[in-house]
Design a protein around this ligand. Structure first.
Ligand code: UDP
Length: 240
């Protein structure tokens, strides 16, 4: 496989074309951003950790029947993925109150939710990724309702699978964000990354935060937190 032109550079990754029209070469960067890009830093080793964690999780989900864009990990900080056209909706799944939900509804952080909550955000940097509902999605024609249903069902399945996996390595999956795209046949495919940049993960015994909140809230070493996640996941996947 040959790496060709840079197609897109985002906050955490660079995407390159390859000699195959439907395959992209992803390079994970060490950059961290939060609060819609207002807080920025670079953490050596973060890109490698997220590439390894995301590769492991996407491979795991693939084996459990969740169709996604992951093809293979290439190196410490690179992977190959199927090219998809991203649907401009971020799906957030929540098991426990934290972050913007805790703030918006005045819930104490850490309160277990009676039932799982699914939220949609419109992927638009200029608008600051606003919270939207199904009517807004229809109004803006972001995706048809059958595909939105599929995205919701897939997100709930991912939640069940990942909650179980993380539980087996003493981690609580508090919430996470997913993105979906369409493959060349128009099928909905789970896309983007799943990593501590996009999930909240707390140690089950101590409630220690081991995700991007370490960066958002200046709680210590991002690298150490993400390394802990990787070590535990590798243990769970090899022994599980
Ligand atoms: N999230 C993300 N990208 C975003 C917004 C949120 O990956 O652009 C993730 C975030 O890491 C958390 C979950 O989605 O795991 C819910 O985030 P929340 O709405 O609480 O937003 P926050 O204000 O904390 O970013």
């Amino acid at each position: 496989m040959e790496k060709r032109d840079l197609l897109y550079e985002g906050k955490a990754k660079k995407l390159y074309e390859t000699d195959r029209p439907n395959v992209l070469w992803v390079e994970y960067k060490d950059d961290l951003t939060a609060f819609n890009g207002e807080k920025k830093a670079s953490q050596l080793g973060k890109g490698k950790l997220n590439n390894k964690i995301s590769s492991l999780l996407l491979q795991y989900l693939k084996e459990k029947g969740i169709y996604n864009h992951f093809i293979q990990q290439l190196s410490d900080h690179e992977q190959l993925v199927e090219k998809t056209t991203i649907i401009p909706i971020e799906v957030v799944v929540r098991n426990t109150a934290a972050g913007s939900l805790a703030k918006r509804l005045g819930l104490p952080e850490g309160e277990k939710l009676k039932s799982t909550i699914v939220e949609y955000y419109y992927k638009d940097d200029d608008l600051g990724d606003p919270l939207i509902n199904e009517d807004h999605i229809e109004l803006l024609d972001l995706v048809d309702s059958a595909s939105l249903n599929e995205m919701k069902e897939l997100s709930l399945k991912v939640n069940r699978l990942l909650s179980e996996l993380f539980q087996s390595c003493d981690l609580q999956l508090v919430d996470f964000k997913l993105e979906f795209g369409r493959d060349r046949n128009g099928e909905v495919a789970l896309s983007d990354e799943i990593s501590p940049d996009t999930c909240r993960l707390w140690d089950v015994a101590t409630n220690e935060k081991l995700d991007k909140d370490v960066f958002r809230q200046n709680l210590g070493s991002v690298e150490e937190a993400y390394q802990t996640i990787l070590n535990r996941l590798e243990g769970a996947v090899t022994h599980g």
